[in-house]
Design a protein around this ligand. Structure first.
Ligand code: AMP
Ligand code: MG
Length: 341
């Protein structure tokens, strides 16, 4: 059931999480499916409800900086990584940045898929922060969708995918950032981006200097033996409708078909194509921050039309364009069908 965010609904959701149940809640990135990060039974429910394979670790959400040491052991980092982690937290938390850090034993292995590291984020959405504070101070929360499917940026998206398996969905309106957090590994020799997301590479590099990212070390990040970050799998974030990704010029040259849909990055790209039909524009002005906020909502709308194919235009790679292209690229790889846990 969907409840607007109020003091009362926050208390109801917090009580559910304290009791080992789950609740979906708004964050600034996408809606989360939350459970007590310290309770293995709650964690097992998260995997079950999402149909998420257990090799894909969860992000633990905190709502005060002091809670970081409850879940992560910063003393196990080298001095420079420790200093970087402290500066990143001071600069970008609360916000769309997830840090991968050495894990404390208090966090069950199920949360981290047996890894010695834990992914931690401090979200900025007031309802998320209040819910975390009122419940257990550390809430494991992947996106509140079925594994591999489009991410939810509205409460209705959650209800569509998980409404039959979930008692509480808090509605805090559309997600402001609209793409998942940037995941930064602090345990490698140098920090590196495992997943581009709502905090741009440029802002991280202004603080840390040039960073290696998925584009530069693909083999290493997703080798068959060791999945450094399982969220990097292709075939994620996928609509049911097959999706093709195109460059701007390729997109402008597409023939119009009434049984296909078209997702443009900017108004000017849409106008250079000029046809009628099932069309969405991510940002009139071609602003990647606005485009990211609209991305999943536009994909949900096009997907609901049940057409033959969605053609999507890649974003210019600057700022949040990297995250947008990452999501569209995985969507184009189709839905991955893992064995259910
Ligand atoms: P989601 O919760 O669906 O946004 O996905 C969480 C993302 O964080 C996935 O890409 C995970 O693979 C990644 N992640 C979570 N924990 C770790 C970890 N300990 N090491 C590396 N990546 C992680
Ligand atoms: Mg997800």
């Amino acid at each position: 059931m969907i409840y607007p965010v109020t003091e009362e609904s926050l208390r109801l959701a917090a009580a559910a999480i304290r009791a080992g149940e789950l609740a979906a809640f708004p964050t600034e990135t996408v809606y989360g499916l939350g459970g007590d990060a310290f309770n293995p039974r709650a964690l097992a429910k998260i995997f079950q409800v999402k149909g998420r394979p257990r090799f894909d670790p969860l992000i633990v959400h905190i709502a005060r900086l002091e809670s970081l040491e409850d879940v992560a052991d910063l003393s196990a980092l080298g001095p420079q990584a420790r200093e970087h982690a402290a500066r990143l937290a001071a600069e970008f938390w609360p916000g769309p940045l997830t840090l991968v850090l050495p894990k404390r034993a208090s966090v069950p292995d199920l949360a981290t898929s047996g890894l010695a590291t834990v992914a931690v984020r401090f979200p900025s959405h007031p309802a998320a922060r209040e819910l975390i504070r009122l419940s257990t101070g550390a809430v494991a929360a992947p996106s509140a969708n079925r594994f591999g499917c489009l991410s939810p940026t509205r409460a209705e998206h959650v209800a569509e995918q998980l409404g039959d398996r979930l008692g509480i969905i808090l509605d805090g309106g559309p997600a402001a950032v609209g793409v998942e957090s940037t995941v930064l590994d602090m345990t490698a020799a140098r920090p590196r981006i495992l997943r581009p997301g709502g905090l741009s590479r440029a802002r991280l590099e202004a603080l840390l200097g040039p960073l290696p990212g998925p584009g530069e070390t693909p083999g290493e990040l997703c080798s068959p033996g060791e999945l450094r970050s399982p969220g990097l799998l292709p075939g994620h974030y996928a609509p049911r409708t097959p999706l093709c990704l195109h460059g701007r010029r390729e997109m402008a040259a597409l023939p119009y078909r009434e049984d296909e849909a078209y997702l443009f990055f900017s108004r000017s790209s849409r106008e250079s194509w000029g046809m009628p039909g099932a069309v969405e524009v991510l940002s009139d002005a071609g602003d990647s921050v606005e485009a990211a906020a609209n991305l999943f909502d536009a994909l949900h709308r096009l997907d609901r039309l049940g057409l033959r194919r969605i053609h999507a235009e890649a974003a210019p790679p600057e700022l949040l364009g990297e995250a947008i292209n990452d999501r569209l690229g995985r969507a184009a790889a189709g839905v991955l069908k893992p064995a259910l846990p």
